[in-house]
Design a protein around this ligand. Structure first.
Ligand code: GDP
Ligand code: MN
Ligand code: MN
Ligand code: MN
Length: 250
């Protein structure tokens, strides 16, 4: 397995054709996985919010005051949230797409001053559009994973996680396969899209590196099925962590 960056990508602007930019700079092969930072997908799609144009509600102002955050940021987060899971000491939400993260993935890093950058509004659709466009331009059947850097419960340190997928099932099911001693595995489902995202994130970095696209070659988990990162989202009624957090709030 081999991972490498796409070199010389410019600062991405609204309307940029990310698929074309990748094809111009890389010799892709069939079943490569093209891993793309959500940041540049959001920029290309114009998923940005002018800070001064946000009008914070009373609720946003109250949450912001408690958190010591900008009211405009809190409002931008609420605008992209289906569910606020924790309000304090951090703002943990389920966004409109079902992804659970701090601040709905909204921040102002690696974007022009005065703007918040949102996550792409439908990252599976973005991944599909880019994957199909790559097939059109260079005739290669690739998978696409869109990533964001997220924190984790219980542990210090952020990692890359998948927020959108195309041509790669986010989960690899090991159930029914035999271990070294012939015992059948009963539980293990491997979150391969998150693992691929973390690996790619090692090359992306978080700061001014300018490497928002990483190609993963030689990891065979390609499919032509319709896929979605939602395959990884635990149904709310089976989620004991959410239940626990709800109990704490009461
Ligand atoms: P996120 O994890 O999706 O929030 O993305 P980050 O903000 O951590 O950026 C990941 C990588 O992409 C870093 O190497 C950034 O320098 C790079 N990056 C972000 N925006 C751009 C851009 O517009 N153009 C280029 N070439 N690189 C970018
Ligand atoms: Mn960022
Ligand atoms: Mn981010
Ligand atoms: Mn990042």
């Amino acid at each position: 397995m081999e991972l490498f960056t796409v070199e010389d990508l410019p600062l991405i602007q609204k309307g940029d054709d990310i698929a074309a930019m990748i094809c111009e700079r890389t010799e892709l092969e069939d079943h490569d996985c093209v891993v793309i930072a959500s940041t540049i997908v959001a920029k290309a799609e114009g998923a940005m919010v002018l800070k001064s144009a946000v009008v914070p509600s009373e609720r946003a102002m109250n949450i912001a005051k408690r958190l010591g955050k900008e009211p405009a940021l809190v409002q931008a987060v609420l605008d992209r949230s289906a569910n606020v899971i924790v309000e304090f000491p951090l703002l943990l939400v389920e966004n409109l797409n079902g992804h659970v993260s701090i601040n709905a993935g909204i921040d102002d890093s690696n974007v022009e001053d005065n703007y918040f950058l949102e996550l792409p509004h439908d990252p599976d659709a973005s991944a599909k559009a880019i994957g199909e466009e790559i097939a059109n331009i260079c005739g290669r059947d690739v998978s696409v994973i869109i990533t964001d850097t997220n924190g984790r419960a219980f542990k210090i340190g952020q990692t890359g996680v998948a927020v959108g997928a195309y041509h790669m099932h986010p989960i690899r099911n090991w159930r029914g396969e035999k271990d070294l001693f012939g015992k059948e595995l009963e539980i293990t489902e491997e979150a391969v899209a998150d693992e691929v995202s973390s690996a790619a994130n090692l090359l992306m970095g978080e700061a001014a590196g300018g490497y928002p696209v990483v190609i993963v070659r030689g990891y065979e988990h390609h499919t032509t099925d319709d896929v979605s990162v939602k395959e990884m989202y635990r149904p709310e009624n089976e989620d004991i962590i959410r239940k626990g957090l709800r109990c704490l709030r009461q």
